[in-house]
Design a binder for this molecule. Structure first.
Ligand SMILES: Cc1cc2nc3c(=O)[nH]c(=O)nc-3n(C[C@H](O)[C@H](O)[C@H](O)COP(=O)(O)OP(=O)(O)OC[C@H]3O[C@@H](n4cnc5c(N)ncnc54)[C@H](O)[C@@H]3O)c2cc1C
Length: 271
């Protein structure tokens, strides 16, 4: 069995700040990490590898420093990695991203399973996994929460849906997007880290792939992000404190008056 796991490098969200003027993300100063939801995709692939001896290639498209997330995946136990990076890929939306990743997966050849995260924490569209299935003409199982059976020809999986769970059977080759329920990601091992440090990761640019330039980068991207805004706080809260016991009745009174002034309470006299 041959598995490809596409992972995305994202800014650590606790550090992300927005530029109020331009509405864009200020990425400088924030650490780049593996998209947290992709760790579940990696763990799923690694568990399949433990059971079946599958080979796992991890794939990312991103700038030079994105190689760091590939090394982390190798340290967790993936076999090899490919880094897609080229000026021509810059500004890709989900259409161009999934197209470029799909062409790389075609070049890798004979892939049985592509296991992606549910969504990336920055772009957050959840479209790249389904996009890959479409470009590669593979079956698609989204929101996968468990794998019940996996053979050389089909997979039986459980999907998390609003009403509960759905059991589906899909023929291989297949694309899965996985949710957190599927498995707890493992930590990289020291041995894995040493292997990752020593590994040279191949870098593929536009010329290494069989690409149609009309689907590439900014020009090949039908989506335009016109404006990004942080949500405005439209409510403020009222804080009433009573540090001494004697102050409590007054504080309760103040709260009741406040709620009543907002028509949130009908005041009734207690006899
Ligand atoms: C704030 C912001 C808003 C954006 N809005 C849009 C928008 O509205 N429409 C649009 O088309 N694009 C948008 N983009 C661009 C979008 O981030 C890129 O297209 C991105 O490469 C893929 O989309 P995503 O982050 O939504 O990934 P998702 O589709 O949410 O990611 C799902 C999975 O696909 C895989 N994956 C995604 N990207 C890569 C990659 N580069 N390399 C390897 N695997 C990957 C991972 O397994 C990931 O878990 C936006 C970007 C930002 C920062």
């Amino acid at each position: 069995m041959y598995i490809v796991v596409p992972i995305k490098q994202v800014p650590e969200t606790s550090n992300v700040k927005m530029d109020r003027e331009t509405g864009t993300m200020i990425r400088s100063g924030s650490d780049a990490i593996v998209n947290p939801l992709d760790l579940y995709a990696l763990e799923t692939a690694l568990r399949i590898k433990e059971k079946t001896g599958a080979r796992i290639t991890v794939l990312t498209m991103g700038p030079a420093n994105a190689a760091k997330v590939l090394k982390e995946a190798i340290a967790m136990g993936c076999d090899d990695a490919v880094h897609l990076s080229d000026r021509a890929f810059g500004g890709s939306d989900t259409w161009a991203t999934s197209y470029t990743l799909a062409e790389a997966i075609k070049k890798l050849g004979n892939v049985d399973l592509v296991i992606a995260g549910e969504r990336a924490t920055d772009g957050d569209t959840g479209q790249v996994g389904p996009g890959l299935a479409s470009w590669l003409s593979m079956s698609l199982v989204t929101y996968t929460s468990a794998i019940e059976e996996l053979t050389d020809t089909y997979i039986v999986a459980e999907r998390l849906v609003e009403e509960g769970y759905q059991k589906v059977k899909a023929m291989l080759p297949s694309v899965l997007t996985v949710v957190k329920e599927i498995a707890s990601p493992r930590l990289p091992t020291l041995r894995g880290k040493k292997r990752a440090m020593a590994m040279d990761i191949p870098l593929w640019g536009a010329l290494d792939l069989n690409l149609d330039s009309t689907n590439l980068g900014l020009l090949g991207s039908p989506t335009r992000v016109v404006k990004i805004e942080s949500p405005k706080l439209t409510r403020s809260c009222k804080v009433v404190t009573a540090s001494e016991e004697e102050a409590i009745p007054g504080a309760v009174d103040e709260l009741l008056q406040f709620l009543s002034s907002k028509d949130l309470l009908t005041m009734r006299k207690v006899k």
